[in-house]
Design a protein around this ligand. Structure first.
Ligand SMILES: Nc1ncnc2c1ncn2[C@@H]1O[C@H](COP(=O)(O)OP(=O)(O)OP(=O)(O)O)[C@@H](O)[C@H]1O
Ligand SMILES: [Mg+2]
Length: 280
């Protein structure tokens, strides 16, 4: 049987992933003693974190506690000064040889969607597979269509970002990341810039992705989502991981006083309907 180059690439990757999947407990993210400063200000303090393949981790905590900085260090959008970060066993640093490859294996979705305004939804998704993975235009577009379909937006493929709602743009941004077959997906407050009625459609897509076995770290204050989707919740405070627990323990019986205060504030500010988002 004849396969296109794109199909062969996808098959090679899924073979590698299948091999890796035989060790589902393998640690895919490992941070040990990570310290980071912005000038004199220490933003991350002795961060230790291990995430296993397929694990869904939610990170929450007050504004300025270092959540974005922590996940941005994973793909070295921010550089840490001390400690070690290993992604799938490979130590990452700004000077590592294969930094572009490492970044292409970690999908990142931000609060602001960062789509190219002059490209259609389809073109936004097809761009990196062509530029980074070397797929031909028609292969990349076929892949992009599949992923747009997966986020239920294939019918909007020919529209430009300005012609899409915030929720639709965010789903395009998710599809765009998925086009690179990432090993890990990082989400930094993916719904916080959205109008309330669009939050659910985006959380539903992320929930779907979670159930497919994707390893993901999600910074969010959507506590209903955290409760239903996360395997583990991390609470950050002043640059440190102050508490780490399974959702049940985290919500019912948090150990840390700061976690209790935070949950008290956040749950009282989220309407019940929002808290139940995507839990049905
Ligand atoms: N590039 C930077 N230069 C200097 N200080 C920074 C920089 N980026 C972040 N900081 C500071 O580091 C601290 C942590 O920022 P970070 O964005 O990681 O927090 P966060 O927990 O994601 O907050 P939020 O919930 O508001 O997004 C803040 O005090 C912030 O002002
Ligand atoms: Mg942030």
């Amino acid at each position: 049987m004849n396969f296109t180059r794109g199909e062969r690439l996808v098959m090679q990757r899924s073979d590698q992933e299948a091999a890796a999947d035989q060790t589902p407990d393998a640690v895919i993210i490992k941070m040990t003693g990570v310290n980071k400063w912005f000038g004199a200000f220490q933003v991350l303090k002795e961060v230790h974190l291990e995430v296993r393949r397929g694990e869904r981790v939610v990170i929450c905590g007050p504004s300025g506690s270092g959540k974005s900085t922590l996940i941005r260090c994973l793909n070295q959008l921010e550089e840490h000064q001390q400690g070690a970060i290993l992604i799938d066993g490979v130590k990452v640093s700004r000077t590592m040889r294969n930094i572009a490859t490492m970044r292409s294996e970690i999908g990142m979705v931000f609060q602001s969607f960062n789509l190219f305004p002059h490209l259609t939804a389809l073109e936004n998704c097809a761009l990196a597979p062509m530029k980074v993975r070397g797929l031909r235009a028609e292969e990349a577009k076929r892949l992009a269509m599949d992923l747009l379909d997966r986020v239920h937006i294939a019918d909007q493929a020919q529209k430009y970002p300005a012609q899409l709602s915030g929720g639709q743009q965010q789903r395009v941004a998710i599809a765009r990341s998925l086009c690179m077959s990432p090993k890990i997906m990082l989400f930094d407050e993916p719904t916080s810039a959205l109008d309330p009625e669009m939050v659910k459609e985006v959380l539903d897509v992320i929930t779907d992705l979670a159930s497919s076995g994707m390893t993901m770290l999600v910074v969010t204050h959507e506590m209903g989502f955290a409760r239903s989707v996360a395997d583990r919740i991390i609470f950050m405070d002043k640059g440190q991981i102050a508490e780490e627990a399974a959702p049940e323990q985290f919500f019912v019986n948090p150990r840390n006083e700061r976690t209790r205060q935070f949950l008290g504030q956040i749950l009282s500010s989220q309407p019940r309907s929002r808290e139940r988002t995507s839990t049905g």
